[in-house]
Design a protein around this ligand. Structure first.
Ligand code: NAD
Length: 460
């Protein structure tokens, strides 16, 4: 862990490679008192962080991006062994995190204030919110940490960062880079602190501590709802859900199959915007399912470090066993198993099920390589797609009027046309509604969340 520029090594908590199930390292697990101390330090750095010049903030962010690029292969390998991410997908995550830091550097200079039409001089200033508590999940430990740290630095906030204990190693390397950058540009070393350990200790203290001004959380709905209850401060929540993907009768079927196979199985379905269920028009269902199965059978399952691997393990043996039980439950409820359903240690094989929309698997975030396919008539699709969740939805169609109709009527934070729900560009506004979240990320939008508008009025 990193507190006030000091590295502390302890062997409290085991970090496990989800593919081999071996312990790869032990890391410190902070106590509540240690977290409080770190928060005190970060809080005392707020003024100095706020005073960092625009040029310094720009330089720090560009330096971090440059160092990540230099360490690309090392970081990608850590993602493979710690998070079980196939190496070629791990490299994509590293590249994205470079862009996230670069994009924040760009917005340091382009984050504009406003002058309000008036007889007086009225203008706005963006003030940093103060101390941001960043709590991040296991599935994109590097880029989703970047999505909180980069905008926080860009607007001049102090940060305490709690990474997921399920995949913390890449965050430790990122913290080393941030430390170097802060040292090089004379930023306060207590302005960024990495607090490893258990969520119910470290995360919870960050949430309830009065000195933390804002919580930026990405993770499960369960923890997100608990945070919403306990945090007496501004909260941004990036949570999960079930993302519906609709294939209309006029869709380009091959294109839809390509996108949906990728969207269902990349990183074993452990992406918040993975395909949650596919709703396909009954008139093309047979052809769609045949092609979908053919394409899915070509995926390579195995060691994340192998260049050919498309799917490795899920994050833990415990999660894999839960997924196995869920598949069995779905089958008991009447789902037809078309492919997969097999588990070896923490590896769950790509699984395709033909289901009714009210099946448990269509209404549960599985975070696993499962593609439930619901065959439907177009008039029922919107009903099947809208639910208590609201992150991403997708529609495949060649008809612009239908695309616009669904874009307007799907109650989701993002609607993707002619690609799967998995699509995300890091600078676009991103986030959910309903149970799936509160607030927006996507560098500039996170900068808005992490700052407040001060209105200055000057009388003549
Ligand atoms: P998780 O909720 O188990 O953990 C997320 C973080 O919260 C971890 O750092 C954990 O240590 C911490 N935590 C756990 N208990 C806590 C507590 N009591 N108080 C404060 N913090 C606590 O989630 P996960 O398993 O790491 O990630 C998977 C989930 O994240 C999925 O539901 C997925 O949909 C969601 N997710 C959402 C997005 C998004 O942008 N919307 C992106 C990625 C993942």
């Amino acid at each position: 862990m990193l507190i006030n520029g000091n590295w502390i090594e302890r062997e409290d908590l085991e970090v496990i490679n989800p593919y081999t199930l071996e312990v790869i390292r032990k890391i410190p697990a902070l106590s509540r008192d240690e977290v409080r101390e770190a928060i005190d330090i970060a809080c005392s750095c707020k003024e100095d962080m706020k005073k960092l010049s625009i040029t310094k903030r720009f330089n720090i962010l560009m330096y971090i991006a440059k160092k990540i690029k230099e360490k690309k292969e090392e970081l990608a390998k850590l993602l493979a062994i710690d998070a079980g991410k196939p190496i070629k997908q791990a490299r994509v995550e590293v590249n994205r995190s470079i862009e996230t830091f670069r994009s924040a550097a760009f917005y340091v200079k382009e984050f504009r204030n406003e002058v309000i039409p008036s007889d007086r001089l009225i203008f706005t200033r963006r003030e940093p919110i103060g101390l941001v508590g960043a709590i991040t999940p296991f599935n994109f430990p590097l880029n989703l940490s970047a999505h909180k740290i980069a905008p926080a630095i860009a607007v001049g906030n102090s940060i305490v960062h709690h990474p997921s204990p399920k995949a913390p190693l890449v965050c430790i390397e990122l913290a080393k880079i941030i430390y170097e950058a802060f040292k090089k540009y004379n930023a306060p070393l207590g302005g960024y602190n990495l607090l490893t350990g258990l969520g119910e200790v470290v995360g919870e203290e960050i949430v309830v501590n009065d000195k933390v001004d804002m919580i930026s959380f990405t993770g499960s709905i369960k923890v997100g709802e608990m945070i919403l209850e306990k945090a007496k401060k501004k909260v941004c929540l990036e949570l999960g859900g079930v993302n519906p993907n609709i294939v209309l009768a006029d869709a380009d079927i091959e294109r839809a199959v390509d996108s949906l196979v990728k969207g269902s199985f990349i990183y074993s379905g452990q992406v918040c915007i993975s395909v949650g269920k596919i709703i396909v028009d009954e008139s093309i269902a047979d052809k769609f399912i045949k092609l979908f199965l053919e394409k899915t059978k070509k995926l390579n399952v195995g060691d994340p470090l192998n260049e050919k691997t498309d799917l490795g393990p899920v994050i833990s043996l415990e999660h894999a066993k839960w997924v196995e039980e869920l598949i069995n439950k779905a089958i008991e409820e009447g789902a037809e198993l078309l492919l997969g359903g097999k588990r070896v240690k923490a590896v769950v094989y790509p699984t395709v099920l033909k289901v009714d929309n009210d099946n448990i698997i269509c209404n549960t975030e599985t975070f696993a390589p499962i593609a439930p396919i619901v065959v439907a008539n177009e008039e029922h699709m919107l009903d099947y797609a809208n639910s208590e969740y609201g992150l991403h939805a997708a529609v495949f169609t060649r008809d612009i009027n239908k695309a616009l109709y669904f874009a307007e009527n799907l109650d989701y934070g993002g609607v993707i046309i002619n690609d799967s729900s998995l699509y995300r560009q890091d600078n676009m506004p991103f986030g959910g509604i309903k149970k799936s979240g509160l607030g927006r990320e996507g560098v500039r939008y996170a900068m808005e969340e992490m700052s407040y508008i001060k209105t200055v009025v000057i009388n003549k």
